[in-house]
Design a protein around this ligand. Structure first.
Ligand code: FAD
Length: 304
């Protein structure tokens, strides 16, 4: 019987970490699942590949025990992590000049500015795991990080260093970065911006993120179809129908859509998404980073 004639309980769109984990949880509860994935591989934005003669992380890389769900998965499958190389030297451009120094010198210079910037984090996010638990968030929710940095009246050097650190974190220019998100990020890191930086870039999976997604996938009793981008999702009497660009149709009682906000509206939904979701897809999320790897002759010391 071809996949399209089988009856599934749930169709999951996307085989990134979210989709594969959803399939595992549902299949363990006895539901029949089908994953429809646009690409020819697992992992979505977190993937591992062999390039330049070595195994490289091409997207999401770093993990930390302050990411409780990811950390639980690493423990569940008995995987190991290794510390990332710590840069000996940092180079930065500030106030129109090239600077270099030890990481501690850089962090000391931006400690005061970050303390002042993130001071509202406790008030706005008293319960970091319930992001909308405080009314205070309404006062700052429309502000960008660029506006808030301007209010701090930093020196030109401090401003450029802060811009560099936060643009890297957001993967975007700061006029597209939400101040509330910066505060929430700090709140999730025990209101400590240095811990936040450690969480972002200190530990990675010894044998790559691929090992983790393969463990989760192998643990899921699910059907999967690669190279099957979904074009439309329609509500029907018995549940939902997912239609791919190739014209194949699959039905199930429910659909889980794991597409990122920035491309959520690349699928046509009938009935359509709510006005709020449509607006978020149109405005898009700030993060636009891609990873770039290069082999550089003569460089032996880790730097940033
Ligand atoms: C450069 C970069 C670095 C990052 N670094 C880190 C890090 O160090 N640590 C960390 O924790 N996080 C990091 N992240 C974030 C992390 O990668 C993401 O949070 C995570 O991978 C999201 O997983 P997901 O399954 O929710 O979404 P995705 O991985 O985006 O999965 C969505 C899936 O849907 C598929 N898809 C898209 N359209 C369709 C369609 N029409 N039909 C069917 N399938 C479709 C996609 O191919 C994809 O496989 C980084 C992200 C990037 C881009």
């Amino acid at each position: 019987m071809s996949k399209r004639q089988e009856q599934y309980d749930v169709i999951i769109i996307g085989a990134g970490f979210t989709g594969v984990t959803a399939a595992r949880e549902l299949s363990h509860k006895g539901f029949r699942t089908l994953i429809l994935e646009a690409r020819d591989r697992l992992g979505g934005r977190t993937w591992h590949d062999r390039r330049l003669g070595i195994d490289l992380e091409m997207g999401g890389t770093w993990v930390h025990w302050f990411q409780p769900y990811v950390w639980a998965e690493i423990g569940r499958y008995g995987l190991d992590v290794v510390p990332s190389p710590v840069p000996n030297t940092l180079y930065w451009i500030a106030d129109g000049k090239r600077h270099e120094g030890k990481p501690d010198e850089f962090f000391l210079k931006i400690d005061g500015p970050n303390q002042r910037l993130l001071e509202p984090a406790r008030r706005c996010f008293p319960l970091p795991y319930i992001p909308l638990s405080s009314e205070e968030i309404h006062d700052i929710d429309q502000s960008t990080l660029k506006e808030k940095l301007a209010e701090l009246q930093l020196s030109d050097e401090e401003h450029d260093m802060m811009d560099s650190m936060w643009s890297l974190n957001f993967n975007s220019p700061l006029d597209e970065a939400g101040f509330s998100q910066a505060l929430h990020w700090a709140a999730l890191s025990d209101y400590n911006w240095k811990l936040m930086m450690d969480i972002c870039s200190s530990y990675k999976l010894t044998k790559g993120t691929k090992t983790l997604i393969e463990c989760i996938f192998n643990d899921a009793k699910t059907d999967i179809l690669f190279s099957s981008p979904v074009k439309r999702v329609n509500k029907i009497d018995s549940g939902y129908k997912a239609i791919t660009y190739a014209g194949d149709e699959y039905t199930a009682k429910a659909v889980i859509n794991t597409l990122p906000v920035n491309i959520l509206n690349s699928i046509t939904f009938s009935p359509p998404l709510s006005a709020e979701k449509t607006m978020a897809c149109t405005e898009k999320q700030s993060s636009k980073g891609v990873k770039f790897w290069a082999k550089i002759k003569g460089v032996t010391e880790p730097f940033a």
